[in-house]
Design a protein around this ligand. Structure first.
Ligand code: BGP
Length: 474
């Protein structure tokens, strides 16, 4: 039982920071690497992934900065098309060497590597060959890719299978769909196939690396009811079921939530389930759940006849032009009048973080690792090369305090891995939307020097880590 009176962060707590391959590496079509689906489809109005943060060249310097920051853990992803340029078969030794170098240097600096196997980057060639995640062929290819990683990187103790499976079906640029098949039907088929791939990765990890810890990383937005009208309360519950617990119940219980399944059957969009599928999913137990938390959302009930609305995101961060989506007959997103917003209209809601952590722990009783949390801001470089990102400090401090409150509530949290270590390419909004503790000297149109500069938040987080969280309370 946690000590309720004077609890600080657990001794083994992993203070970290996160990135993903296509968002930092660059060299996306060289050194043996081929194109991925997300690189092909990311927002073309901003920077492309050819240089990103220049991490492919500057990774050693970046790890030195991690050491200086005091990180205990670093979450990064391995690029499938850098390891397997044809999606399967011949391994690109340069790719193996690149990640081997990173893992070795992290270890030399006592930084625990936390590796994401799949962060949106399906090899484009597999999309073209058999439709990517719409075909069961991808399961074998994914498993073979995992086997290569588990063989070459046996010393990695923490693995994340798939990043944000939930978002992959919400956002327009993370997946490719076949226009000849009804979209909703296709999404749930793909989701089922992706869940099987996740399960196979866990089974393989258990067989090959029995000491390792493995789990998914899910993007979660808790839904609040717009009013105390019973219809709105139910709408929020159903929104959570469709947008979060569909995925989490599959991962953690190995079942489709009955409300979700009945909804899918009623709409005629339920996935095809083959004989051994559910057993494979059910027996693939995760050691922990990775949670990516950025914001909460408010929903109201809408009747079945209303017009269907798609999510329209605010990409440029200049005006509030987000349009929330709906599911007619179930819910529709609305503005929360009680929370502040980021420039990109994301709700800033630290209390929602505590609420969510309690909610998830109550349901599944599995340890949680915060695998992303952060704020996108513009961040200006001053004449004397400083970056005063107070907004980020405020955001992270408020979320950390609420996370600490959740730990006091009794939630088991293994680590806090905010997004992101360095500035990187936002998939939706390019380099303009910055997340890092470290500023990268470039913008969307000019590569500049790629110099690494420490922001105010770097020095702030350094103190948080060095004091094991005590500085948050001073
Ligand atoms: C998560 C992704 C990250 C990152 C982050 C911020 O969904 O896992 O890869 O992109 O969101 O999102 P954005 O870059 O769109 O602001």
């Amino acid at each position: 039982m946690p000590n309720q009176t004077n609890l600080l962060f657990p001794k083994s707590f992993l203070w970290g920071a996160a990135t993903s391959a296509y968002q930092i590496e660059g060299e996306h079509l060289s050194h043996g690497k081929t194109l991925s689906v997300v690189e092909k489809n990311m927002n073309k109005n901003y920077a492309d992934p050819s240089v990103a943060s220049g991490h492919y060249q500057h990774w050693e310097k970046d790890i030195e900065l991690m050491k200086e920051l005091g990180l205990k853990a670093y979450r990064f992803s391995i690029s499938w098309p850098r390891i397997l340029p044809d999606g399967r078969g011949k391994v690109n030794q340069q790719g193996i060497d690149f990640y081997r170098g990173i893992i070795n240097k992290l270890r030399e600096n006592q930084i625990e590597p936390i590796v994401t196997i799949y962060h949106f980057d399906l090899p484009q060639c597999l999309q073209e060959e058999y439709g990517g995640w719409s075909s069961r062929k991808v399961i074998n290819d994914f498993e073979a890719y995992c086997e290569i990683l588990f063989t070459h990187f046996q010393d990695v103790k923490y693995w994340l299978t798939i990043n944000e499976q939930s978002n992959m079906f919400q956002l327009p640029y993370l997946m490719e769909f076949d226009p000849s098949i009804p979209l909703e039907k296709q999404k749930y088929e793909m989701n089922h196939i992706m869940t099987l791939a996740h399960a196979k990765a866990i089974h393989l990890c258990r067989a090959m690396l029995p000491e390792a810890k493995i789990g998914p990383a899910l993007g979660v937005i808790p839904n609040y009811p717009a009013t105390s009208k019973p219809e709105d309360i139910l709408a929020a519950k159903h929104a959570d079921d469709l947008r979060t617990y569909l995925f989490m119940d599959l991962y953690m219980k190995g079942t489709y939530k009955p409300f979700v399944w009945n909804y899918l059957v009623e709409k005629g969009i339920e996935p095809t389930i083959e004989a051994d599928d559910m057993e494979c999913i059910q027996t693939a137990t995760s050691d922990f759940i990775g949670i990516n938390y950025y914001q909460s959302q408010v929903v109201k009930y809408v009747p079945p006849g209303v017009e269907k609305k798609e999510l329209k995101m605010n990409y440029d961060g200049d005006n509030d032009d987000t349009q929330y989506d709906n599911v007619p007959g179930i819910f529709e997103g609305v503005v929360n009048p009680y929370t502040a917003k980021t420039r990109w209209d994301w709700d800033i809601d630290p209390i929602g973080f505590r609420y969510l952590l309690n909610e998830i722990y109550d349901r599944y009783q599995v340890p949680i690792m915060i695998t992303e949390n952060g704020i996108g801001t513009l961040d200006e470089l001053t004449e004397n090369k400083q970056i005063h990102d107070q907004e980020r400090i405020d955001f992270l401090r408020d979320h950390l305090l609420q996370m600490h409150a959740a730990i006091k509530d009794g939630v088991e949290v293994w680590g806090y891995i905010p997004w992101s270590f360095i500035d990187l390419l936002s998939t939706s909004s390019g380099f303009r939307k910055r997340y890092g503790f470290v500023y990268i000297d470039r913008n969307d149109t000019d590569i500049k020097t790629l110099e690494r500069l420490k922001k105010d938040s770097f020095y702030w987080y350094q103190k948080v880590i060095a004091s094991h969280g005590r500085s948050l309370f001073l």
